[in-house]
Design a protein around this ligand. Sequence first.
Ligand SMILES: Cc1cc2nc3c(=O)[nH]c(=O)nc-3n(C[C@H](O)[C@H](O)[C@H](O)COP(=O)(O)O)c2cc1C
Length: 350
Amino acid sequence: MPGNTFGKIFKITTWGESHGPGVGVVIDGCPPRIPLEAKDIQALLDRRRPGGSPASTTRREPDQAVIMSGVFEGRTTGTPILIMVHNKDASAKAYEPLADVFRPGHGDITYMAKYGIRDWRGGGRASARETVARVAAGAVAGILLEKEKVAVRAYTIELGGVQAAERRLEVIDQNMFYCPDDPAAQEMERRVRSVRRKGDSIGGVVEVLARGVPRGLGDPVFDKLDADLAGALMGIGAVKGVEIGSGFQAPRMLGSENNDQITPRGFLSNNAGGILAGISNGDDIVIRVAVKPIPSILIEQQTIDLKGNPRKISIRGRHDVAAIPRINVVCEAMVNLVLADHLLRQKAIQ
Ligand SMILES: Cc1cc2nc3c(=O)[nH]c(=O)nc-3n(C[C@H](O)[C@H](O)[C@H](O)COP(=O)(O)O)c2cc1C
């Protein structure tokens, strides 16, 4: 099945399904002699795991990363790195009643239309379980970026309509939603609990900030940095929109307001979100990601079965109420992967 490989020099291929034996990634093109241990990957996988917030599923996966190849005596060898994570808490039984119906908001209907067969156990390949592999690869990309003093962080600025009024990045690790506004995080928790009680779900907005990105990353014209970032983030399940810098506000601004004026000391504003003509301008890269409500809900909805007969569906089982906050580290991973790939591409032409 094509479409599972991402990147040009720092290239990843992910594999695995929600309720198969495991998920993982092959990274090809990682430079040699980079210090890498399973614990570097584990720290990020732990942030993706459920458990930290009432918004998350009760599925309990230890998500232990095993490096199967490409690392010798704690350093990358320049050969393919295979990282695998076993699925330990898969329970396909809960999905048996859903085997012959299409869940609204899921890829069941489109996978069936495309392949004529689908793995109905937890969404198979479309499941968020696949993001384990992206996070593992993103952790390795993050090590490359750290060497160049590039730091990427994602935080929640909106959940279920509750908006963060502040961007106090120093508090994002102090609340369960990685929100830069503590009082808003408390309000988000109340919102999540009330929606969970009603058997419904919510979405929100994640902001990703990349600091220290050097000027010159991104290629004209089809491989612009902003195009690659948008594609990478849109490729995450549940993501329905991506904006960079002033984004969807830009059409409502005057040119004189939206331009970032240039002085000998730098730009006076950052409406460009750190990217001009598809190439990084040295300023912070600022991206916002729109995340839809989780499609699996207890509330009864209409659907059809494989034969096209009308059915009613209410989804029980272990589901997130919101993809936030678990999606945040996935967003970081995808931005890491794009930036690391472009960094290596830039080094190749220099
Ligand atoms: C981190 C994360 C967690 C998710 N958790 C769930 C979940 O528990 N239940 C669910 O039905 N969908 C969940 N999703 C969303 C589905 O994977 C996604 O909506 C579905 O595959 C359809 O794809 P689309 O939303 O991109 O169209 C999650 C997505 C992410 C990124």
